[in-house]
Design a protein around this ligand. Structure first.
Ligand code: 5GP
Length: 170
């Protein structure tokens, strides 16, 4: 594996994102909707850099990657999602690749009728997503390479790496 983004660079960027999100919402109540499992490490740092006193957090489980290719599965119950009606939502994602997962999820959310939906993603593969999913708060645009670490896995491994690394096989 090869280093792509080191922990110090991640830390600085997450603090900037927190500032931007704090000034966007001000005192308005909103929910950080954290997408399991990849976003957990990012979200843990991000929410602590948001200064709002009217924010809460929730979790949803969406797609799964099998090995290094996207399956695009979306698993979740509508009954559970209904609590977000009329709520301002900030969807927190680790990485947007093809954009399939979030495109599907945003359609599902629209049917619930939240007050607003914004997306924060730590990483985006812009050359793959090609603007399909509009990210309101983005950390880094990366090339089309499979990355691991800082919550991102390869078949459940490597989430614990503190830096973001390019996976090159073993
Ligand atoms: P998309 O539907 O945008 O193609 O993929 C989104 C999901 O695929 C992400 O939430 C993430 O779980 C997974 N994913 C996409 N690219 C990568 C990658 O480079 N590394 C890892 N570990 N997961 C990825």
């Amino acid at each position: 594996m090869r280093l792509l983004i080191c922990r110090e660079t991640i830390k600085k960027k997450v603090e900037e994102l927190g500032k931007d999100i704090s000034s966007h919402y001000g005192e308005k109540p909103f929910t950080c909707l954290i997408i399991l499992k990849g976003s957990t490490i990012f979200a843990a740092d991000l929410i602590r850099s948001i200064t709002s006193e009217n924010m809460d957090i929730d979790f949803v489980r969406l797609s799964s990657y099998s090995g290094t290719s996207s399956t695009g599965n979306v698993e979740m119950s509508m009954a559970e999602l209904n609590k977000f009606k009329d709520r301002h939502l900030l969807v927190v994602e680790d990485i947007v690749d093809t954009g399939n997962t979030l495109t599907h999820f945003m359609k599902t959310l629209e049917n619930i009728g939240p007050a607003s939906v914004k997306i924060c993603s730590l990483l985006e593969k812009k050359e793959i997503n090609q603007g399909k999913v509009k990210i309101d708060f983005l950390g880094f645009d990366i090339k089309n390479e499979f990355v691991i670490g800082y919550g991102l896995d390869m078949n459940e491994r490597f989430r614990n790496l503190p830096d973001i690394m390019i996976y090159e096989g073993e």
